[in-house]
Design a binder for this molecule. Structure first.
Ligand SMILES: Nc1ncnc2c1ncn2[C@@H]1O[C@H](COP(=O)(O)OP(=O)(O)OP(=O)(O)O)[C@@H](O)[C@H]1O
Length: 305
């Protein structure tokens, strides 16, 4: 049994966590804290290490070295910490004979803050048949079941690992709206891992990006929204403008350039760009993550995110 750290207000503390599987270093000296009541985006390319990290937070795995604390305890050893965590992941397996009603009944027994009315309303919204076997649900329905569990559990730490697979755009938007509303009314700490970054950008309070096992970005979403911008126009003027500013990405087409700069989109930058005949625009969170993780290398597809 671990002794809780009474000095921390963090829900999650991760300190120098490394996880090695054979020859693969899935996580490499990762350190961060998560504060209560906020929605965190955990982003990164395929194989970056996101699921490995979430499994540790949920107490399903433990680091090769370093320390994980959830509510002040090692979640791997501490059933009570794990019971305050709801981990919703794609492809969750249930016993063959389990029907939707069995999954709901089990969740109601496990999660102390379970809200049966919310669960009923979500089941009706997503048209989930209570008597159907889970293995007979469509892919989208299985995702809807996961979302229902994640929201109705009202777990103090709720983790969604790509919860939307198979859901159409309307159903995904319903999930985002429900998440935002319910977390505002019943604050809890949420981790949302997704590749649909621009869809969830407005939901996030904080953004963590993992790349090749390393935490490469840990920033307030508000700070990121104004952190970088793109300048486009005649190449000479654009290059002149970019001089002395950190360049995240550069594209040339004939005499034109499109340069992404790691600099705030300030009024001064706007007026200087306009005076030089250049167009200026903020970059999306998705673009920023692509540049941060090197996914804009010519040999890599944007869809790899
Ligand atoms: N149990 C395991 N045994 C061996 N290697 C593993 C294991 N779990 C994860 N890995 C490896 O660790 C790395 C990180 O995998 P992880 O599933 O955490 O990535 P991810 O960021 O969640 O990727 P995706 O976005 O594709 O789901 C990958 O190289 C993966 O192959």
């Amino acid at each position: 049994m671990t002794t809780p750290d009474p000095t921390t207000t963090s829900v999650v503390q991760v300190r120098g966590v490394t996880r090695i599987f054979g020859k693969t270093t899935a996580l490499d000296s990762v350190t961060f804290d998560l504060e209560p009541g906020r929605i965190h985006g955990l982003l990164g390319r395929n194989g970056a290490g996101k699921t490995t990290l979430m499994q540790m937070l949920a107490g399903h795995d433990r680091p090769s070295s370093g320390q994980v604390r959830v509510f002040g305890h090692d979640p791997y050893e501490h059933a009570a910490a794990a019971a305050r965590t709801c981990f919703v992941r794609e492809g969750q397996r249930y016993p063959d004979e389990h029907r939707v009603c069995h999954v709901i009944a089990t969740a109601a027994a496990v999660f102390a803050n379970w809200d049966a009315d919310l669960a009923d309303s979500l089941l009706a919204t997503y048209k989930l048949p209570m008597r159907r076997k889970v293995k007979k649900l469509s892919r989208g329905m299985q995702s809807a079941l996961g979302i229902t569990l994640g929201l109705a559990s009202r777990a103090p730490l709720t983790i969604f690992d790509e919860p939307y697979l198979g859901l159409d755009a309307v159903a995904r938007q319903m999930f985002y709206d429900q998440l935002l509303t319910d977390v505002a009314e019943h604050p809890r700490t949420v981790i949302l891992s997704t590749h649909l970054i621009d869809e969830i950008g407005d939901l996030l309070d904080r953004v963590l990006v993992i790349d090749d096992g390393k935490l490469v970005l840990d920033e307030e979403a508000e700070t990121l929204r104004g952190r970088a911008f793109v300048v486009t126009g005649p190449a000479a003027a654009a290059e002149d403008f970019a001089d002395f500013r950190p360049v995240l990405h550069r594209e040339r087409l004939g005499g034109f350039a499109r340069i992404t700069l790691d600099a705030p989109l300030s009024d001064e930058n706007r007026s200087r760009a306009h005076a030089a005949g250049l167009e200026i625009e903020p970059i999306s969170l998705q673009q920023l993550v692509i540049h941060t993780t090197g996914a804009d290398r010519p040999d890599l597809e944007e869809s790899a995110l």
